[in-house]
Design a protein around this ligand. Structure first.
Ligand SMILES: Cc1cc2nc3c(=O)[nH]c(=O)nc-3n(C[C@H](O)[C@H](O)[C@H](O)COP(=O)(O)O)c2cc1C
Length: 216
């Protein structure tokens, strides 16, 4: 099976232009068949000069983005981001999550009032990741919801959209503001928006400090 990658940035006639053909795609095909092949539409990230970033490049180049352009996230891009969350794995496939997409400026302003949440007000979209706390879910729901949020973060970056995880919020206040029921907890908030900064290279611990083989 061949995957055809289109670069919409190179598209001059509205029809898209194939820039790469691969036998194995790191992305699931999203569009119907095209001459018997699956067709994958993919925007080259706006910050990239290359036509195509592999999934690994996307993961390795992601950095937290806290400054955003005054530019809306198009609905089809937002839908892809949310779909990436919906497709995440979860224990017993219970999908113990709910995502609140916050676009309302007044609500974002309220959510921005803590020290580590200031950038929420400038983000076009902030997603609040909620996890179920009932008997069957409480052990694993934070993990599943986190995986779903990170799927969204990676998908967004592949589309040229930056993001930043936020843990520094007051859960009771946010629950009240967003009318989140008692049997749900908030795992994290994640801001999304087109980057208006080039973040510093982040120092990460050396691989030998964080990985060992066969014993700790
Ligand atoms: C669970 C979690 C909570 C975080 N909370 C905040 C936060 O409240 N505010 C913030 O500005 N960044 C927050 N961050 C972003 C981290 O500061 C950032 O991921 C870290 O410095 C590494 O940088 P990088 O994402 O660019 O690799 C959080 C990240 C994670 C994963």
């Amino acid at each position: 099976m061949t995957y055809v990658i289109f670069c919409e940035n190179c598209d001059t006639n509205g029809g898209g232009k194939s820039v790469l053909e691969k036998n194995v795609s790191p992305f699931p095909p999203q569009k119907g068949s095209h001459n018997g092949d699956h067709v994958l539409m993919m925007n080259a990230p706006a910050h990239s000069t290359s036509h195509f970033l592999s999934l690994v490049d996307v993961i390795l180049s992601r950095r937290s983005i806290r400054r955003y352009q005054h530019k809306e996230i198009p609905r089809d891009a937002l839908d892809k981001i949310l779909e990436a969350g919906r497709q995440a794995p979860s224990a017993m496939n219970r999908q113990p999550w709910h995502f609140i997409v916050v676009t309302n400026h007044e609500i974002k302003k309220e959510l921005s009032k803590w020290l580590f949440t200031k950038h929420i007000k400038d983000s076009p979209v902030t997603i609040v990741g909620c996890a179920k706390t009932g008997f069957l879910d409480r052990k694993w729901s934070t993990i599943g919801t986190s995986i779903a949020l990170q799927n969204m973060v990676i998908t967004a970056w592949a589309l040229g959209i930056g993001s930043c995880w936020i843990g520094g919020f007051k859960e009771d206040k946010v629950k009240q503001l967003l009318k989140i029921p008692d049997n749900w907890k908030i795992v994290a908030l994640v801001t999304f928006g087109y980057p208006d900064e080039t973040p510093h290279v982040k120092r990460k611990k050396p691989i030998e400090k964080v990985v060992s083989f066969n014993k700790f």
